[in-house]
Design a protein around this ligand. Structure first.
Ligand code: JDH
Length: 422
């Protein structure tokens, strides 16, 4: 396979040389060319971007630069190769070896190279794309920056390439380079011989439509945590069933939508029905956190916090995830704005005025309550909650054993009447 990448940041693609892909290059299974788009930019300024028609923020990558770059790379002209190997056309084709043939849509010429254009507006890239693309002879990545590439570049390239606009996920990157690395790694590891002697890719997550369960190695006991007993039983059928059930359970908890398409036996369905029944019997939320099984006791953290009210929604939204990562599960977060005019000597307000040289202007005193389940010490709970606050925020408070329901009128203990609705 030959991979070409066109980018204004060629050094971003240095990882292509390493580890898995480096091995494929050395073995002559892969040839990689990384090309600086500016080599095709005319003039001393070598500008590659311009302002968007129709207005709006940001810049768009220019067609007069991308067009010739894609022409040359499709034709195999120009290029600084990361490492030379035998010319790819002499190598045995993976479709001949493996019965996988390059995929073409109706009306497409399967002999054209594949042009992959990472974009947040692309079709989702999946393992099935990776499998199909591992049979390609020549893949070219067009890595955009700024707001992206002038659409006519992509439309025009359809004459010389099979074009695929793809996205690697629902989050926003600053350019296509990292997406190209992700896709290249997923594709190259499926080229026969690249991954060494792994049993097969059929056991990977997604191959059977389920997530993989946990895995363990020596020692048998570590930091008080034991490897599940069944794995030492020597009973292969029992071990296989246990793996299958962990896989089903994890999929059910983290990616339930995958179960719709998975191939399930009657035993699998019985097991899943048991999980659903147990969850209904349990108190809401406990045990089905996405981060895994929840252990520990209920705690709550009570804080006074001085911040501009506009900052609160983002903090509240991010907090359950931040806390889950810090091992406080199932966090619920409440806040109420309090009026500190009735508390002229409030500690935070005084502290703020002393340090900033003026009383708070945009900042408002909030009373924040966070509940969750954890094995952490109370001091660690407070630290975890505070770690989710903006740096430098003025706060004061502690954590306590047990849960609370702030909506059930705990506000009576506040020094000041509650304001705001939640
Ligand atoms: C390629 C440039 C940056 C960011 C859209 C709409 C502002 C457009 N999964 C993925 N996430 N992000 C990418 C990716 C991002 C890229 C490029 C891939 C090239 N960027 C960029 C956001 C937008 N946004 C609202 N506008 C006001 C722009 C480009 C990706 C993949 N694969």
């Amino acid at each position: 396979m030959r991979l070409d990448v066109i980018t204004i940041f060629p050094e971003y693609l240095d990882p292509l040389r390493h580890a898995l892909l480096g091995k494929a290059i050395e073995q002559g299974r892969l040839t990689v060319g990384v090309h600086d788009l500016r080599d095709w930019a005319p003039g001393v300024h070598q500008s590659v971007d311009d302002s968007p028609y129709g207005g709006g923020p940001g810049m768009v990558m220019k067609p007069e630069v991308w067009g010739p770059a894609l022409d040359d790379v499709a034709a195999g002209r120009s290029g600084h190769e990361l490492a030379s190997a035998e010319p790819h056309r002499d190598a045995a084709r993976h479709d001949e070896l493996n019965g996988v043939a390059p995929q073409a849509y109706p009306g497409e010429d399967a002999d054209l190279p594949l042009l992959i254009v990472p974009t947040p507006a692309g079709r989702p890239f999946t393992q099935s794309d990776a499998r199909a693309w591992s049979a390609e002879d020549h893949i070219v990545f067009a890595c955009g920056r700024y707001e992206g590439i002038d659409q006519r570049v992509i439309d025009d390239a359809a004459g010389r390439y099979r074009v695929r606009e793809v996205s690697i996920g629902d989050y926003v990157l600053i350019g296509g380079e990292v997406a190209a690395l992700v896709i290249a790694e997923a594709v190259v590891r499926l080229i026969p011989g690249v991954l060494g002697n792994r049993r097969s890719h059929e056991e990977d997550s997604f191959s059977d439509g389920l997530l993989e369960g946990p895995c363990y190695t020596k020692p048998r006991s570590w930091r008080g945590l034991d490897v599940p007993e069944v794995l030492f039983s020597g009973d292969h059928a029992r071990v296989d069933r246990w793996h299958r059930e962990r896989s089903l359970e994890r999929t059910w908890r983290r990616r339930p939508e995958l179960l719709d398409a998975a191939e399930l036996t009657a035993a699998d369905r019985d097991f899943l029905a048991g999980l659903a029944e147990a969850a209904e019997a349990e108190p809401a939320g406990a045990g089905d956190d996405a981060a895994g099984a929840v252990t520990g006791r209920a705690v709550h953290c009570d804080l006074q916090l001085l911040i501009p009210p506009v900052e609160w929604p983002a903090i509240a939204e991010a907090m359950p995830g931040t806390l889950a990562a810090a091992r406080v599960a199932g966090a619920q977060v409440w806040a109420a704005e309090t009026d500190f005019t009735c508390e002229p000597d409030n500690m935070l307000v005084t502290e703020y005025a002393q340090r900033e040289g003026h009383p708070p202007i945009a900042e408002v005193l909030h009373r924040v309550t966070v509940t969750g389940t954890t094995e952490l010490e109370l001091r660690e709970v407070t630290k975890a909650v505070v770690a989710a606050l903006p740096k430098g925020a003025y706060w004061y408070g502690s954590s306590y054993e047990g849960g609370v329901d702030p909506e059930a009128g705990d506000a009576g203990s506040a020094a000041c009447a509650w304001q705001g609705d939640d």
